[in-house]
Design a protein around this ligand. Structure first.
Ligand code: HEM
Ligand SMILES: [Cu+2]
Length: 636
């Protein structure tokens, strides 16, 4: 990045008070709009990702409220059947693909480099690219909503409904291409996180000293890498069926409808762990400082994360119990679905043991941890219930299932996430959120959630099917539906207050020091918010809880250049420093490449030739992106 590479300046050569200003000059992103478009700082990109994902949460929440208004009374005419189909499809797809997965990845993009003590994420330009692609995918879906052309095929878009025979217009193509956008961006982030964790850890952070949150992001990233190609293949082959007349899913031409379900759920079940495992990591991070002890059972937790990851690929067929399976298949997938309760239970016991043997302080993040424990266990129980074929046959496609998966998704991931925002907000912004409002937010969200979703179990057992836009007054469902709808507004009020608190605290929150909660992991060893170079000197790790164990000051490593962006590359297992590597400078090409990719992907909904002609600008952008910079890459 610097042309005068002959005259190296190492950090040991500059005066103490000169070090930080010089590092800042080297690492700071540009000013103004140009700086914003070219930055490769993982913190800036992650903040964008998080804010965008929360905007999608709010939009998806508005859709949920609209559905609940429609369902409050029998035979309501607030929405047409067609609009209702678009809305529940967009709600589900948006929540899964534009909110839950990206927000978890984004927390990883922000926190993993800080937690492992490095100066930027691996492949920072790819990181910039992934954000732009994600944004484009989100815009595609929401513009379709505004144009009354949103997908109406459900979040799992089963064929033949989504195929060329029944799915008219471009609705299913929009769904399929939104998948391609978001999975592309998720895959990019997963690769960055794996490489950051394996090769950029601070000296001394051997595998058994990695924070549990970092482990959880590592396992999640592997799940993404293994699961997402299945859905990208599914969505692309669906477009091929629709656009150029292939027959992947057309039984009349020897295609296979069930192939769709297998491909979708081979991705779709691990997907819920892609959302849940980072949440386990967040809970592990939060529960330790607020119990004033290291988390109980580090090894058990890490093993449980890995076991959950592996098992999650062996149970996708439980989503297809009513599709007609051979009995041996049903038994196998019932058993494996129930088996995953073992690692999940292990995690819960570790958390309970941490609480039991610690001295808990009930600050807002901790309240959400408690909310998570209660709610997730309830969702897990109904999960074990629907893993059994006879029961699932009864409740399949009823509101019992809607209740079950919101318990695990909201209880298992959104509660920890909101707690995590309260917890890491001071690190990300330098200011605390309000403890007083935090308690009200928790109360509204927790009570609102259970009042909304618990009755759905009963509605489901009483036979109310999911994905219906209305129901006749003779059926015994109306009172309960009204109750659910009113409760949904309590829940929404909780989220509204949460947003207000976050925006208000940005400007007027209490100023937080570097480590306001007295935590042990490395992200708290630097300023809040962290400077562009993260750490003035790279910390050296000697234990699992570096900030609690270090006697006086954290030991540091030196020897990196300050006149160009450099970071330490370390060995996979022991994290011994191996080399210095230059870290890429800011660049506009990731944005240009993302725009070119967007044009190609949108064009390919209309003509297969878009892939051919669209490849040209992408190739040009990538060539400029990777143009050699004539700096020696690595120095040992
Ligand atoms: C904020 C409160 C929420 C409310 C009130 C709510 C409400 C609903 C309702 C009523 C349905 C069923 C629609 C139908 O079957 O006719 C539904 C479906 C769904 N929701 Fe939510 N939801 C909320 C949050 C979330 C979150 C946070 C997620 C994911 C992280 C999520 C994921 C889904 C999915 C995947 C579906 C299935 C869509 C489909 O059937 O294709 N929801 N939601
Ligand atoms: Cu599943």
């Amino acid at each position: 990045m610097n042309s005068s590479s002959t005259a190296q300046v190492l950090d040991v050569e500059v005066e103490r008070e000169e070090l930080e200003p010089r590092l800042r000059r080297t690492w700071q992103s540009g000013k103004g709009i140009w700086g914003a478009l070219t930055t490769v700082d993982h913190k800036i990109i992650a903040r964008r990702y998080i804010v965008t994902a929360f905007v999608f949460l709010a939009l998806g929440g508005v859709l949920a409220l609209i559905m609940r208004v429609q369902l409050a009374f029998p035979e309501a005419r607030f929405l047409s059947a067609d609009r209702y189909n678009q809305i529940f499809t967009t709600h589900g797809s948006n929540m899964m693909f534009l909110f839950a997965v990206p927000v978890m990845e984004a927390m990883g993009v922000y926190l993993v480099p800080l937690m492992v003590g490095t100066r930027n994420i691996a492949f920072p330009r790819l990181n910039a690219f992934s954000y732009w692609i994600f944004l484009a995918g989100g815009l595609v879906l929401w513009i379709a909503v505004a144009l009354d052309a949103a997908p109406d095929v459900g979040w799992f878009a089963y064929v033949p409904l989504s195929g060329p025979e029944y799915g008219a217009g471009k609705r299913a193509d929009i769904w399929a291409q939104m998948i391609t956008f978001t999975e592309l961006s998720a895959l990019a982030v997963a690769v960055e996180i794996v490489v950051t964790v394996f090769k950029q850890r601070a000296p001394g952070m051997s595998l058994d000293r990695i924070p549990v949150f970092v482990w959880s992001m590592l396992v999640t990233s592997f799940l993404v890498i293994i699961a997402m190609p299945a859905i990208m293949f599914a969505s692309s082959s669906l477009i091929l069926d629709r656009l150029v007349g292939t027959h992947f899913y057309n039984p009349a031409e020897r295609g296979d409808v069930l192939l769709w379900q297998h491909l979708f759920w081979f991705f779709g079940h691990p997907e819920v762990y892609i959302i849940f495992l980072p949440a386990v990591g967040m809970v592990s991070a939060m529960i330790s400082p607020f119990s004033q002890r290291p988390v109980f059972g580090y090894l058990a937790l890490v093993m449980a994360l890995i076991a959950t990851g592996l098992l999650s690929f062996g149970l996708w067929v439980h989503h297809m119990f009513v599709a007609g399976l051979p009995p041996s298949g049903s038994s196998f997938f019932t058993a494996s679905s129930m088996a995953i309760a073992i690692p999940a239970g292990t995690q819960i016991f570790c958390f309970l043991a941490t609480l039991w043997s610690g001295r808990p302080i009930f600050k807002t993040p901790m309240l959400f941890v408690i909310g998570f424990l209660i709610t997730f266990v309830m969702g897990g129980m109904t999960g074990v219930m629907v893993a059994s074929v006879p029961l699932d046959t009864q409740v399949h496609d009823t509101y019992f299932v809607v209740a079950h998966f919101h318990y695990v998704l909201v209880g298992g991931a959104v509660f920890p996430l909101v707690g995590a925002i309260y917890y890491w907000f001071p690190k990300m912004t330098g200011r605390m959120m309000s403890e007083k409002l935090g308690r009200i937010v928790f109360g509204l969200i927790f009570a609102g959630f259970h009042l909304t979703f618990f009755p759905m179990h009963i509605l489901g057992l009483a036979g109310m099917p999911r994905r219906v836009y209305t129901y006749p007054p003779e059926l015994p469902w109306s009172g309960m539906n009204l109750f659910v709808s009113v409760s949904a507004f309590v829940l929404a009020a909780g989220f509204g207050l949460f947003f207000i608190d976050a925006i208000r605290s940005l400007r007027s929150g209490k100023v937080a020091g570097p480590n306001p909660w007295n935590c042990a992991s490395l992200e708290w060893a630097t300023a809040s918010p962290p400077p562009p170079y993260n750490f003035a000197r790279i910390p050296v790790v000697q234990s699992r809880d570096p900030l609690w164990r270090a006697s006086s000051e954290l030991p540091v490593a030196t020897g990196l250049r300050v006149d160009r962006r450099e970071l330490v590359v370390s060995s996979v297992v022991a994290a011994e420093p191996e080399a210095r590597e230059s870290s890429p400078a800011d660049s506009i090409w990731p944005l240009v490449a993302a725009l070119a990719t967007t044009v190609m992907l949108i064009g390919s909904m209309f003509s297969a030739w878009a892939v051919v002609w669209g490849a040209v600008p992408i190739a040009i952008a990538l060539t400029c992106w990777f143009w050699p910079k004539r700096t020696p890459e690595d120095e040992s």
